[in-house]
Design a binder for this molecule. Structure first.
Ligand code: FAD
Length: 399
C-alpha cells in the first residue's frame, strides 16, 4: 500500500483537494504547449514559460499534482554537495538553482505566500566522498563560489553536537538550504491557475501519433489532444515515453524509502549527509533517507528499508536510538547512468522536449530546468549550455 510522505500531513483539506483536482476545466483539444507531468519539473516549466510566452499552455498528469517523486522526497536543496565527478557547469547550475529558490521565496517573491519554507540550514557531508585531502577540496570549492569549510573532528562537534564521535572529518556548506517541497508545488500551481494555465490531473497519457518527425496527437483515456510543442516532464516514465517515440533512453526508476520520526526534544543544528541524509523539521520531527533500490517501479515501503534508514540515521545521531517512527514512504527517483538529467530536444523530433532524469537532485534543479526549457521554447534555441545534458550522450557523441 502506498503511504503518503510527511509533506502531505501538513496540508489543509482544501490544499489537498487542490493538489488532487486543481481545476474543473476539461482537457483542451489543442494547445500550443503541452507539458506531460505535474511534478516540480513540469510545474516550473509551465511557470517560467508563462512569464514569456503568449500562447496556450496545458499541464497534465496521470495522478494529482506532485504525487510522484516531487511529493515524496526529503526536501533538501544541497547544491553545495553535488558530486565532484560531475561537470563544473552542472555543479554551478545546482548553485544557481538554490539561489533561484532564495529569490522566489523572498517576501515580495512570487512564492512567498503561502511560502516555501526556505531555510538556510547548511549541509554537513561526513561520508568522505571528496577527492584527495579535504582542505584542498574545500579550497577549490570556495574558489568556484561554493562557500564551504573543511571540518576536523573537533570542529564537527561544534557544528553538530549531536553527531556521533566516530566521524573524523566533514565538508560543510553554509548556504545550503531545505524547504517544503509540496507547499512549493502548491504555490507554483496556484500561481499557474491565477494565470489561467490549466493543470489537468488524473489523466494518463496512453499513446502518441507521430507523422513526419512531429508528434501530432497525444492520446489520453478518452480523448486526444494536439499540441505545437510537447515537453516530457514525466519523471522516470519519460524513459518509456521516449522509447515509444522512437528514441531509446536509459532512464528508469530508483526506489527511495524515507522516514519521519515523532517530534524529538533535541535540536539538530544542520543537515547531515552520511550513510543517509538526516534533517530536523520545524516541528521537531527527524526526516531521513532515502534508500537507492534498483527494483523497478515498486512503491511498497518495507520493514528492511525502514530499519536500514533508521539504523543509518542513528549511526550519525545516536540520540535517535529510542525514536519512534511516524511513517515510512517511497518515491521513485528518475535515474540515468551518470546521475544527471536529460534536458534536450528529443532526437529526430521537431516538437518534443525532454526534461527528466534528475535522480537525487530533481526538486533542487526543477526551477533552473524549467527556466531553460521555457527559454528554449520562447527563443527557439537553448540559452544555457546544456550539452552535458543531451539525450544522445548515452548513445555516442552529442549531435
Ligand atoms: C526519498 C527521496 C528523497 C529525495 N530527496 C531529494 C532532495 O533532498 N533534493 C532533491 O533535489 N531531490 C530529491 N529527491 C529526488 C526528487 O524527488 C526527484 O528528482 C524529482 O522529484 C523529480 O521530479 P520530476 O518532476 O522530474 O518527476 P516526478 O515528481 O516524478 O513527476 C513526474 C510526473 O509525471 C507523471 N506521469 C508519469 N507518467 C505519466 C503519464 N503516462 N501521463 C501523465 N502523467 C504521467 C507522474 O504522475 C508524476 O506526477 C528525492 C527522491 C526520493 C525518492
Amino acid at each position: 500500500m502506498k503511504v503518503e510522505s510527511i509533506w502531505f500531513q501538513d496540508l489543509s483539506l482544501e490544499e489537498r483537494r487542490f493538489l488532487e483536482r486543481p481545476s474543473d476545466s476539461p482537457l483542451p483539444h489543442t494547445t500550443d504547449v503541452l507539458i506531460i507531468g505535474a511534478g516540480m519539473v513540469g510545474l516550473f516549466t509551465a511557470w517560467f514559460l508563462r512569464q514569456s510566452f503568449d500562447g496556450s499552455i496545458c499541464v497534465m498528469d496521470s495522478l494529482g499534482i506532485s504525487h510522484g517523486a516531487s511529493g515524496h522526497n526529503t526536501g533538501g536543496l544541497f547544491a553545495g554537495q553535488t558530486s565532484h565527478t560531475h561537470p563544473r557547469v552542472f555543479r554551478d547550475w545546482a548553485i544557481q538553482a538554490r539561489e533561484l529558490y532564495a529569490e522566489l521565496a523572498t517576501s515580495d517573491g512570487p512564492l512567498a505566500n503561502p511560502g516555501i519554507d526556505f531555510v538556510r540550514s547548511g549541509s554537513l557531508r561526513i561520508d568522505g566522498k571528496w577527492p584527495g585531502p579535504l582542505s584542498d577540496f574545500a579550497a577549490s570549492e570556495n574558489q568556484r563560489g561554493n562557500h564551504s569549510q573543511a571540518l576536523s573532528q573537533t570542529d564537527l562537534s561544534d557544528f553538530e553536537p549531536l553527531l556521533s564521535s566516530r566521524f573524523t572529518e566533514g565538508f560543510y556548506c553554509e548556504d545550503d538550504a531545505t524547504f517544503h517541497p509540496l507547499r512549493t508545488a502548491l504555490a507554483v500551481a496556484h500561481d499557474l491557475r491565477r494565470k489561467d494555465v490549466p493543470i489537468i490531473t488524473h489523466t494518463p497519457v496512453t499513446d502518441f501519433t507521430v507523422s513526419a518527425g512531429r508528434l501530432k496527437t497525444i492520446g489520453c483515456t478518452d480523448q486526444t489532444i494536439s499540441a505545437g510543442e510537447v515537453v516530457l516532464t514525466s519523471g522516470w516514465a519519460a524513459g518509456e515515453m521516449s522509447s515509444r517515440l522512437g528514441f531509446t533512453l536509459p532512464m528508469g526508476p530508483v526506489k527511495g524509502q524515507a522516514i519521519a520520526t515523532t517530534p524529538q526534544d533535541f535540536t539538530m543544528r544542520t543537515c547531515l549527509l552520511g550513510p543517509t541524509m538526516a534533517r530536523q523539521l520545524k516541528n521537531g520531527r527527524i526526516v531521513a533517507g532515502g534508500t537507492q533500490e534498483f527494483v523497478g517501479p515498486d512503491l511498497e515501503a518495507t520493514e528492511a528499508g525502514q530499519r536500514r534508514v533508521l539504523g543509518d540515521a542513528t549511526g550519525m545521531v545516536p540520540a535517535l536510538a529510542n525514536a519512534t517512527l511516524e511513517r515510512t514512504w517511497v518515491g521513485l527517483r528518475p535515474h540515468t547512468p551518470d546521475g544527471m538529467p536529460v534536458v534536450d530536444r528529443l532526437p529526430d523530433s521537431e516538437n518534443v522536449f525532454l526534461a527528466a532524469g534528475h535522480f537525487t537532485k530533481g526538486v533542487l534543479l526543477a526551477p533552473v530546468t524549467g527556466r531553460a526549457i521555457a527559454d528554449w521554447i520562447t527563443t527557439g534555441s537553448p540559452t544555457s549550455d546544456l550539452k552535458h545534458l543531451s539525450a544522445r550522450r548515452f548513445s555516442g557523441p552529442a549531435a
